[in-house]
Design a protein around this ligand. Structure first.
Ligand code: ACO
Length: 332
């Protein structure tokens, strides 16, 4: 069996910044409330027709530049997203065309905020079994397009962006040591989309009437989701560390999904992981769903936070519910 290692990482976030103070003018909220309850100070918003596939392409080009892999050599493009430009063609196919990955198979993975780790698993397995030598894994979202801007319980949390990694086959004893995925559809009611496809009526009408004109928006029951998230993150982290035979103390860095600083802190506390080993971007970008881990990872790499042989843990949870984690021995 081959192994896959990360050979490049990149990210893209839109220039437009929406601060907590800006949101005070949109809904009944305050900078103090948002900061204390979530850790978020500002988020990026895609404007001027910027779509998910374009942000994905910008992140992907940066990741490819960092590696020795050219787009034309990619065998597989997998995009984790819940906000593709359209239902079909997939965001991955639009991305493939934009970057010129002409020989790659391309697909989207829909797993809520766990999309990137699910996509990583698909690509890792394709490389392990010999179907692919080089793969591009992306998490990209334009959540501002599916935000209910009259719901203060969700609109303060979300932001837009994209992150990408390039994976290559290796026969060295390094790279991705473990990926674990879980899901439990019985908790689907905690976070879901309401759309005009008529598939589902809202169970929780947050602001009656306001959402009617929106083609698609997000509904969340934050409090129970918070509790479930902490449980799931701890469970999958411990399972993944066990599988990779790595102790918490050996971790050089944890890059968790950026949903709420209190969730991240609760996880670190339960694991006994020091604050300086946890990488966060939530203050600047909010929750960018599938994009949050690869954006944070690319920034951590650019900031020199990872050295060869360092043990990196990425861990996530999201709508589904889905959750997952990966333990990587860093190799660039
Ligand atoms: N500004 C001011 N007040 C607010 C806001 C706001 N933006 N939002 C809620 N409140 C109020 C509530 O109305 C409530 O008021 P009340 O006490 O008078 O009823 C009070 O603040 C407390 O509300 P809670 O919902 O209990 O606040 P909580 O501490 O649980 O924080 C939050 C809410 C931040 C949403 C939290 O529950 C959370 O982070 N949950 C998990 C979210 C998450 O992880 N989502 C993941 C995925 S998102 C995605 O997939 C795209």
């Amino acid at each position: 069996m081959h192994k896959a290692k990360v050979v490049g990482a990149g990210s893209y976030t839109p220039e437009t910044i929406l601060t907590n103070s800006d949101l005070e003018k949109v809904v009944d909220t305050s900078d103090a409330w948002i900061t204390r309850r979530t850790g978020i100070k500002e988020r990026r918003i895609a404007t001027g027709g910027m779509v998910t596939s374009e942000m994905a392409a910008r992140a992907a080009r940066q990741a490819l530049e960092q590696s020795d892999v050219e787009a034309k050599d990619l065998d597989l493009v997998v995009v984790g997203t819940v906000t593709p430009d359209r239902q079909f063609p997939s965001c991955a196919c639009l991305l493939q065309e934009k970057i010129g990955a002409r020989k790659a198979a391309s697909m989207d993975v829909s797993a809520g905020c766990s999309g990137f780790i699910y996509a990583l698993s698909v690509a890792n397995n394709a490389i392990r079994c010999g179907e692919a030598e080089h793969a591009l894994v992306v998490g990209a979202e334009v959540l501002s397009g599916v935000t209910n801007w009259s719901d203060r319980g969700t609109c303060v949390l979300l932001g837009d962006g994209a992150g990408a990694v390039v994976l290559s086959r290796t026969d060295e004893d390094t790279g991705i040591k473990a990926v674990n995925l879980r899901s439990d559809g019985s908790f689907g009611h905690l976070l879901y989309s309401v759309d005009k496809l008529g598939l589902q009526e809202p169970a929780m009408e947050i602001v009656p009437g306001v959402c009617e004109q929106k083609p698609f928006y997000l509904v969340m029951d934050g409090k129970p989701l918070f509790k479930k998230a902490v449980e799931c993150l701890e469970e999958i982290t411990r399972w993944t560390l066990d599988k990779a035979q790595v102790k918490v103390e050996e971790l050089a860095l944890m890059v968790p999904h950026q949903a709420n600083i209190r969730i991240i802190n609760a996880l670190a506390q339960r694991l006994g992981l020091a604050e300086d080993k946890v990488y966060t971007t939530i203050e600047r970008y909010g929750n960018t769903s599938s994009a949050s881990i690869p954006i944070a990872l690319a920034e951590a790499v650019a900031g020199g936070r990872l050295a060869p042989r360092d043990k990196l843990l990425m861990v996530t949870f999201g709508a589904g519910l889905t959750w997952g984690a990966s333990l990587v021995e860093w190799s660039i």
